[in-house]
Write a protein that binds this ligand. Structure first.
Ligand SMILES: C=C1C[C@]23C[C@@]1(O)CC[C@H]2[C@@]12CC[C@H](O)[C@@](C)(C(=O)O1)[C@H]2[C@@H]3C(=O)O
Ligand code: AKG
Ligand code: FE2
Length: 323
């Protein structure tokens, strides 16, 4: 990443300091190995749309191997990294997020999961390829367990009702590696800078793992922001817009953002589980009470994604689909 002189920091928006809501009890932690996991997942998705997952069965070494490969890539000379860009939307991106003018203090790699994820890059390292494919296989299996547990907590049959949307062979899944370099001038300036601006994820769920550097914040229902303490051995799960619709608004698509860190680099990896493009996104009939109406207009994932990619990061993308 090209380090900017101070004046250029002005092109990236500031971020306010998060305030812990007086009654905020902390980020819910779900132990996937416990019998009550399904109910705990449902509670967290209703309250915050966000939870931390422990005892998920994925060895931390696998996460660290991919993290080390990402660090290796982001340490390459700028000209080498640019060979995998610009992100349009896939490939290497530097400060620009999407194509509609959003910027943040980060660089990233964005891949399609199906077929060959690295085909949009100039990367040839076998070690990167093998760490990435092992990680994707493991997280996909874990996501399927989480969605099954969620269905059990929601008391819906079949238990793979959610999983089959995200795990279909035509599912539109993407993967992102974000690198937020330290930004030392922030210390002197005594201000906070946007790493990744506030937004909701459009997909069903997003599964995030980061190194031990802070920065991630989520928004509570009252609009206040709270910091998420990092934990490199755990995963953080976000409810996305599509899952909010599938549950007719019972689950909350969580607004989140990342603040740049003045001292430590943050590296995050996020697997976004989207449904197949032709999939209709509407409340699951199994979840609708008698006479309950959908709160949303009918749309397919392909239609939603098209609209999402025309929007700015912080827009309320579901707004135009609300009845
Ligand atoms: C500004 C944008 C970036 C984004 C596409 C969009 O037009 C609006 C949604 C953004 C988002 C947020 C979650 C994921 O990081 C992402 C890959 C996605 O699916 O939707 C990004 C998009 C992106 O970075 O291209
Ligand atoms: O990097 C992070 O921790 C979160 C990034 C994010 O929300 C995203 O890429 O959609
Ligand atoms: Fe996100």
């Amino acid at each position: 990443m090209v380090v900017l002189a101070n004046p250029a920091l002005d092109s990236i928006p500031h971020i306010g300091s998060p305030k812990h809501g007086a009654r905020f009890p902390g980020i819910p932690v779900v132990d996937l190995s416990r019998p009550g996991a399904g109910e705990a997942i449902v509670r967290a998705c209703e309250d915050l749309g966000f939870f931390k997952l422990v005892n998920h069965g994925i060895p931390v070494e696998l996460m660290q191997r991919l993290e080390a490969e990402a660090v290796k890539f982001f340490s390459l000379p700028q000209v080498e990294k640019e060979k995998s860009g610009p992100a349009n939307p896939f490939g290497y991106g530097n400060k620009r997020i999407g194509v509609n003018g959003d910027v943040g203090w980060l660089e990233y790699l964005l891949f399609v999961v199906a077929s060959d994820p690295l085909s949009c890059t100039s990367m040839t390292a076998c070690s990167f390829r093998s760490a990435l494919s092992e990680y994707l296989v493991a997280v996909r299996k874990m996501a399927s367990d989480v969605l099954r547990s969620m269905a059990q907590g929601l008391k819906i049959e079949p238990r793979d009702a959610l999983g089959k949307l995200a795990m279909d062979e035509h599912s539109d899944c993407i993967f992102r590696l974000n690198h937020y370099p330290p930004c030392p001038p922030l210390q002197e300036l005594n201000r906070s800078l946007t790493g990744f601006g506030e937004h909701t994820d459009p997909q069903i769920i997003s599964i995030l793992r980061s190194n031990d550097s802070s920065g991630l914040q989520i928004s509570l229902e009252d609009g206040s922001w709270v910091s998420v303490p990092p934990d490199q051995a755990s995963f953080f799960i976000n409810v996305g817009d599509s899952l909010q619709v599938l549950t007719n608004g019972r689950f909350r698509s969580v607004r989140h953002r990342v603040a740049a860190n003045s001292l430590n680099p943050r590296v995050s990896m996020i697997y976004f589980f989207g449904p197949p493009p032709a999939q209709r996104i509407a409340p699951l009939p199994q979840l609708m009470g008698e006479g309950e109406q959908s709160k949303y207009k009918e749309f397919t994932w392909g239609e939603y994604k098209k609209a999402a990619y025309r929007s700015r990061l912080g827009d309320n993308r579901l707004g135009q689909f609300e009845k």
